[in-house]
Design a protein around this ligand. Sequence first.
Ligand code: XBP
Ligand code: MG
Length: 254
Amino acid sequence: MQALIFDVDGTLADTERDGHRVAFNLAFAEAGLDWVWDVPLYGQLLAVTGGKERILHYIRQYRPGGVPAGDLDAFIRDLHQAKTRHYVRLMADPGIPPRPGVMRLLQEARQAGVRLAIATTTTPANVTSLLTHSFGPEVEDWFEVIGAGDVVPAKKPAPDIYQYVLQHMGLDPGQALAVEDSDNGFRSAAAAGLKTLVTVTDYTRNQDFTGALAVFEHLGDPGNEPAQLAGPPVELNGGGLSLQHLQQLFSRGT
Ligand code: XBP
Ligand code: MG
């Protein structure tokens, strides 16, 4: 296991409900639209990855005829640009904290010389804003490759973003572990041939992660042991998942 490749939304921080969703709603209101994505509806819309793709899906499903006549792509692009502006600002204030154990594991990996990368569907500016404000100004540089957003044509669950990251790191899929929170992310990593550890969120808890190395509530920290939801039992002794735990799961997993 030479590298860890992290998903962002839901994995590094729980950004969907209180970050992306809120930013979409602010952009809709600003554009004079009466669209409101409440918490349950947003959970359904998460089936479609990518903000622009999600807006298009919503229009087709819930608002056919509810958009101004003209260029639909341009309308969605402008709306999404406003959403990104709001999201970037929300990450600065009030911000969203890292999930338990993420910062600890990043530090452990760095100390052990395990390489780090990111594979995400979200817009690059969103990654920068989250990392800078919630993790620290230096943390973005810890990631050797940040594969994000429209850099590949097909978003998760397609394998493209993981293949992009592996190619840029010069690694085979068997040399890296993916960390994901959602079925779309897991399917993307698995389709690229990667072994995957899953840490669920409230939105993804009941999704199907058959084939993942293990599924946990979160990565955990000393005094904050996460519940294990699937996979060979890991003895955590009241603490979180260490790099060594990940290495053991990695070498046992097929
Ligand atoms: C999560 C997503 C993203 C965000 C929106 O990606 O599906 O689409 O909800 O981001 P991941 P944009 O878990 O792979 O990080 O609006 O910038 O597309
Ligand atoms: Mg995710």
